[in-house]
Each structure stands twice: as structure tokens, then as C-alpha cells.
Design a protein. Structure first.
Length: 681
């Protein structure tokens, strides 16, 4: 095939899959396949720079760092909309009444038709397409003149660089660039993990991202876009209604939010406002209200404008998701995994639809970075179903006699507020933790669940609800106490029949015979996952040998470094943990001690595999088991030591990392071939 033809085909394919993924939210190709197409395109363009065009999907990132943004004069002013602050049904009524009056309609006339949309909370952007190609993107600015942010807008995958089957001279599309809640949370989590500043809210994330002078940094913010209107249009026969315009934009490949409706009259508006309010928390992005627009463009023209606002549109707000309130105290909570989280105790405030009196401060570093202190006035944010958080301090309102910056260790005098064990913060970790492990009541439920888990002792029937009942009812506080449960005691519990009680006692009995690896894993030692537990069992053969090992001996085990060694030492240094082991043994728990496996006939002996994505032919557990039977080690993360990454469909960051580290990648077919080749031997 001609190179140019191949390039065109690759571009069309990459664009199609990218549109399905970013706009339609439906992946149509495994990541690995997409990456292959993308890289082939990149390679061809490098070999043939004469064929490179700015609308190629390879050209989204890669712009230069700018000194500043050039001003852009809008061909058509970017207007704002009047805001109806009455968040009750009255807001919709008032708008419909105004429209009817302006149009000279009386009670007997038919209801007016409206296009209802969401009011996205991001940054307004004008996209200019000439002959179907994106040539410029600008912010709103003062409405007359904005800033040229084309480079950064190109990094938004949802925005097409070329419109599908469209060649009109000029089409300006207006809409909102925004950051989804998930991308916002993910971004902040990563920043927190690295001890870096976090974003206050998704809107600031979007605005800051678009105003980044370095497009590579802008690309990291992961922004999205929804089209909601038009600017200058030349050479296109526009549909007669607003809703039909948005439908047409969607056909051209632009992202248009599906959450919209065409309704009639006040009741239609009120219904829409209420329906969206009920869904607001479940949306994947922030909104601060809805927008009503007279649907018929002829009527819009008749209504015209007042100053800079059209008479045919209005924004109808919802209660704010951010509020200002006072920090009365800072408490420290112990999570189910021992993580210590500072929590601001607030003067109760109504935000995001509920009264909030606690808000998370995440960890010590973040509390210090934001410099939140008792007595401060803060901005609290509660959006979606995430836990309310302190977004920022209002420094102007800080009292002169405020106390010292927050210090978690000092505050707790080094002890867990629940069990009194020492608190620790490991190097490179953002969180302080209680070192009490299964001794700490706050961590008991988690420890029991982990112990009973499928990959640990696999005690069938001992799930969430039952553990809750057992711990809250004071029947079980430690792991060994599980084995003191009797059918009578269990049958007395609510929702527990005689039969289930018997089954559980039976399952507990069975769990006593296990493997050393499972037992080590079941103890829930920090940083000791399933793979490490297996390595330890293989290496030491006997539990007593493991318990007696020093740091040096521990680090002789493959993949055990100083952190894991430290966790093991700390665990077995606690007398109450050794007690647990002793008592479990006293209850009859046993395993085959000389389990040091022979390495013979293991075709993948010494090889490390990482599984990612979804395999068609089998679940991840099965894949893992089959690999392990062949002597392979299956690890959860990709490193330079990884020998193979098996990438199923929708493989994500692990695959990226494998590619970056030049680790061999197997597709599902190759993987199955490899398995069958060795399994039959
Ligand atoms: S229409 C002539 N529709 O709200 C009407 N605006 O003041 C122009 N916004 O910052 C705007 N969602 O970016 C419109 N569905 C929507 C919107 C929307 C959010 C923003 C817009 C601007 C402000 C309007």
C-alpha cells in the first residue's frame, strides 16, 4: 500500500477509536492494539515528515513552551447568561414568565419549547474550525478578546482536531473545558502521594490546566470538553433549533453531553431541574446548575439581548458544593488499615445538599501545605459521593492568636488514639499509621476479613456483615477467638440460621489445615502480599525460622528489600502478634512445614510475569495459577525485573510502563499459545 494511504488509514482508525473512548465512553479496541496503530503512525510520520499534518492524532502534545498567550479577538462576542439564583422551582417559573411576556404571549397561547442542559463548571472555550480543521482555540476573556490556548486545547482527546465529513468555511463551537471528578481525585491523590500541592476543585484544575504555558503539563491535567453552542458560522446551513444544532455537532464528532432534554413550559423546566438535582451526585463531573434555552432560533432572534446577556437563556442554580465555615478542632481517625487521618471538626454547614460537620484533611503533609489550624475559616467542598474535604484556608479570616501549625505526632504524643500502640511513618510514605495491626480495635474487622479472605485462609461464609456482627457484638476481638465460636453461639446471631452456623463452624475447622504461604499472608503483615508470602514460605520452610530471622536473612529472599524486612521485624517484635500465632497453633492450626518447593521442571522458573487488562479465555486468578504451576512468579507491578507483561483488553498504565521499560508484552493469543506449549510437556 502507498505510504500516504496507510497514513490516512491509520489516522482514521486512531481517531475512530479515540472518539469511541473519549467521547462515547465505549472502548472498541484493547489499549495494546491502539498503541500499536499509534506507534506505526508515528513511525511513518517520522520517516516521511512531508506527510505530517497538524490535524494528525500524533500532534496533540508536543507544542513549545510559550512565554505568554496571544490575544484573540472573538469574531462574535462570547456572551454570558443571566443567573437565576432562586434555587427552587420559582427560578424556572420566573424565566418562563419573562420569555412569554417578551414574546407577547398570553395564557391561551401554547407553552414555549426549551432546550435544557447542564451548567458545566469549567472554563468557556471557543473552538474555531476552518474547512473542518481545528485552527484556533481561545478562552472567553472579557467576552470581546480572549487568549489563544490552542496548544493546550489540542491535548484534550475529546476535542476532534478534524470534524467528520465537514468542510464548511468556518464553524466556531463553544463549550466548556472541564475536569471530571475522577480525574480530579486521581490527580490530587497522585500529588498527595508525592507530597505536592493539590487542586482546590475541578474548575481550578481545568482553568489552571488551560492556562499552562507548557502544553506537556497541560496534558497531564486530563481535561474533557462539552459543546453547548456556536460562535461564527460561515458556509453551513444551520438547523432551526438549538437542540438540533447540538445533535448536529455530535454527528460531527464533538462531545455533547447526553444529559439534556427538550421540554415545554414551566412544568417542563421544573421537572428537568428536579430530575438533574436527583442525579447531581452521580454525575461524573461538577455542575453548578442547569441552563434553559428557548429552542427555536427564530424566537431567540425575536427575544434578542440585554447588554451582554441573551433574553432567551438563563442559568438556574443548585445549592453550592463549596461553603465557608469554621474549624473547631482537628481530630485524628484510625482507619481500617491503621492509617491515621486528620479530620477537621467543623461548625456545621449545609454544602452539596447535606449538613457537613467533619471534613477530611487527608494527611499531615496536606494539612500543613494548606496550613489548616484550629480556629481557621476554611472552604469545605462536598461534590458527588466523595467525602467532604477542606479545600483551602481563608487566610484573611485567620485570628491573630491562632495556634502553631498542625503536627500529628505531637498531637498524639506518638500513640494510636485507639489502642495506644506506637505510630509510625515509613520513609517515602505520606501517612502515619498505627503499628498495632490486628491488636488495634480499629483494625480488627479489616484483619478478620483479610484472614478469612479467599487468598488467605478462605473461610467461606465469614464476610463483611458477619465480621461486623461478631466484632460489634463483642464475640470476637482477635483471630484465635474465631476458633472459639460454636454453633450455638453463632445461631443466636440475627439473620443466622442453624444450618449457616454449622457451615461456618465446619469452614473454620477446615481452614485449620492450610499452607505456610497462606498462613503468612493471612496474618496481614504490612507490605507482605501474596507473592511475598509465597517467597517467604519457600525460602524459610518453617514459620519459626521466619520469625527468628533478622533483617539480613530476610533480605536474602527474592524481592524482599529493607521495607518489607522492616515490616516483618516490627510485626514479630510485638508480643501480642506472637501470641496470636501461638494461640492459633494451640487451636490446632497446622500446615506442611517442609513446603520448600522443588524447582524442577519449571519452564518459567525464575521468570516474573505481570498480568494486566481482561483476558477473554480465563480470569486473572486462573492465569496466575497456571503460570505459577509452570514455575513463574506473578507480580502486581511492572519493573525492570519483569520478564513478560500479559496484556488483555483494556490494559492500562501497566502496559504503558512495560512499553516504557522495554519489557516484552504478550497479547492474549500469544499468551495462550505459550501456556499450551508448556503445559502439554
Ligand atoms: S450558553 C449565550 N450553556 O456558563 C449563551 N453556558 O455565563 C452563552 N456554561 O462561563 C452560554 N454550561 O461557559 C451555556 N450549557 C451551557 C453552559 C454554559 C456552562 C458557562 C459558560 C459561561 C457561563 C455563562
Amino acid at each position: 500500500m502507498e505510504v500516504l494511504q496507510r497514513i490516512a488509514l491509520l489516522r482514521a482508525e486512531v481517531e475512530r477509536h479515540s472518539h469511541n473512548y473519549y467521547v462515547l465512553d465505549a472502548s472498541t479496541i484493547p489499549d495494546a492494539e491502539y498503541d500499536k496503530l499509534f506507534r506505526e503512525l508515528q513511525a511513518l510520520e517520522t520517516q516521511h515528515p512531508e506527510f505530517l499534518t497538524p490535524d494528525s492524532p500524533t500532534q496533540r502534545v508536543g507544542g513549545k513552551v510559550l512565554d505568554g498567550f496571544a490575544p484573540v479577538r472573538h469574531a462574535l462576542a462570547m456572551l454570558s447568561i443571566r443567573t437565576e439564583t432562586d434555587t427552587t422551582a420559582g427560578g424556572a417559573q420566573a424565566f418562563d414568565a419573562r420569555v412569554r411576556k417578551e414574546l407577547g404571549l398570553n395564557e391561551t397561547d401554547a407553552p414555549v419549547e426549551y432546550a435544557c442542559e447542564l451548567k458545566f463548571d469549567g472554563l468557556a472555550i471557543n473552538l474555531r474550525y476552518e474547512h473542518g480543521v481545528l485552527v484556533q482555540a481561545a478562552t472567553r476573556g472579557d467576552g470581546e478578546t480572549g487568549e489563544d490556548v490552542t496548544q493546550n486545547i489540542r491535548t484534550i482527546h475529546a476535542i476532534p482536531l478534524r470534524l467528520q465529513g465537514f468542510t464548511a468555511d468556518v464553524l466556531e463551537v463553544r463549550g466548556e473545558a472541564y475536569m471530571s471528578r475522577a480525574d480530579f481525585e486521581r490527580y490530587n491523590e497522585q500529588q498527595r502521594a508525592h507530597g505536592l500541592p493539590t487542586l482546590v476543585n475541578p474548575r481550578n484544575g481545568a482553568a489552571g490546566g488551560i492556562r499552562q504555558l507548557d502544553p506537556a503539563i497541560a496534558a497531564k491535567r486530563l481535561l474533557s470538553f462539552f459543546a453547548y453552542g456556536l460562535g461564527e458560522v460561515r458556509g453551513w446551513d444551520m438547523p432551526a433549533t438549538h437542540s438540533a444544532i447540538l445533535d448536529a455537532l455530535a454527528v460531527l464528532g464533538l462531545p455533547v453531553c447526553a444529559e439534556r432534554a427538550v421540554v415545554r413550559g414551566t412544568t417542563g423546566l421544573v421537572d428537568f431541574h428536579q430530575q438533574v438535582a436527583a442525579k447531581r451526585d452521580a454525575l461524573s463531573f461538577d455542575i453548578d446548575g442547569v441552563v434553559y434555552k428557548v429552542n427555536d432560533r427564530a424566537l431567540q432572534a425575536q427575544l434578542g439581548f440585554v447588554t451582554r446577556e441573551p433574553r432567551w437563556a438563563v442559568a438556574h442554580k443548585y445549592p453550592a458544593e463549596e461553603q465557608i465555615t469554621l474549624v473547631r478542632d482537628i481530630d485524628i481517625q484510625v482507619g481500617r488499615t491503621g492509617k491515621l487521618t486528620p479530620v477537621a471538626k467543623l461548625e456545621p454547614v449545609f454544602v452539596g445538599g447535606t449538613t457537613v460537620s467533619n471534613a477530611t484533611l487527608h494527611n499531615e503533609d496536606e494539612t500543613r501545605r494548606k496550613d489548616v489550624r484550629i480556629g481557621d475559616t476554611v472552604i469545605v467542598r462536598r461534590a458527588g459521593d466523595v467525602i467532604p474535604e477542606v479545600a483551602a484556608v481563608v487566610l484573611e479570616k485567620r485570628p491573630a492568636n491562632i495556634g502553631a501549625p498542625f503536627d500529628l505526632f505531637q498531637r498524639l504524643q506518638g500513640k494510636c488514639p485507639v489502642c495506644g500502640s506506637a505510630i509510625v511513618r515509613e520513609e517515602g510514605e505520606a501517612d502515619w499509621r498505627c503499628s498495632g495491626g490486628l491488636f488495634c480495635p480499629a483494625q480488627r474487622k479489616q484483619a478478620l476479613l483479610h484472614f478469612a479472605g479467599r487468598r488467605a485462609l478462605d473461610i467461606e461464609g465469614l464476610g463483611d456483615k458477619l465480621v461486623e456482627q461478631l466484632v460489634d457484638g463483642g464475640m470476637v476481638a482477635t483471630l484465635p477467638e474465631l476458633y472459639e465460636l460454636t454453633v450455638e453461639k453463632l445461631a443466636a446471631l440475627e439473620r443466622m440460621g442453624e444450618k449457616s452456623a454449622q457451615n461456618l463452624v465446619e469452614a473454620l475447622q477446615q481452614s485449620k489445615h492450610t499452607t505456610l504461604a497462606r498462613f503468612i499472608y493471612a496474618l496481614g503483615i504490612r507490605n507482605v502480599g501474596e507473592a511475598t508470602a509465597k517467597d517467604l514460605a519457600k525460602h524459610f520452610g518453617k514459620l519459626d525460622a521466619l520469625m527468628a530471622a533478622d533483617a539480613e536473612r530476610l533480605q536474602q529472599v527474592p524481592d524482599v528489600g529493607p521495607i518489607v524486612a522492616q515490616s516483618l521485624l516490627a510485626f514479630f517484635a510485638e508480643p501480642h502478634n506472637c501470641d496470636v500465632v501461638r494461640q492459633l497453633r494451640a487451636h490446632g492450626m497446622y500446615w506442611d512445614e517442609q513446603e520448600v518447593q522443588a524447582q524442577a521442571a519449571a519452564p518459567f522458573g525464575g521468570k516474573t510475569f505481570v498480568l494486566t487488562g481482561t483476558l477473554e479465555a480465563m480470569g486473572r486468578d486462573e492465569a496466575k495459577e497456571r503460570l505459577e504451576l509452570l514455575g513463574a512468579k506473578v507480580s502486581g507491578s511492572v519493573s525492570k525485573k519483569t520478564d513478560f507483561v500479559v496484556a488483555g483488553s483494556e490494559a492500562g498504565s501497566k502496559l504503558d510502563k512495560a512499553i516504557a521499560l522495554n519489557v516484552a508484552v504478550l497479547g492474549e493469543t500469544e499468551f495462550l499459545e505459550l501456556l499450551s506449549k508448556h503445559e502439554s510437556l
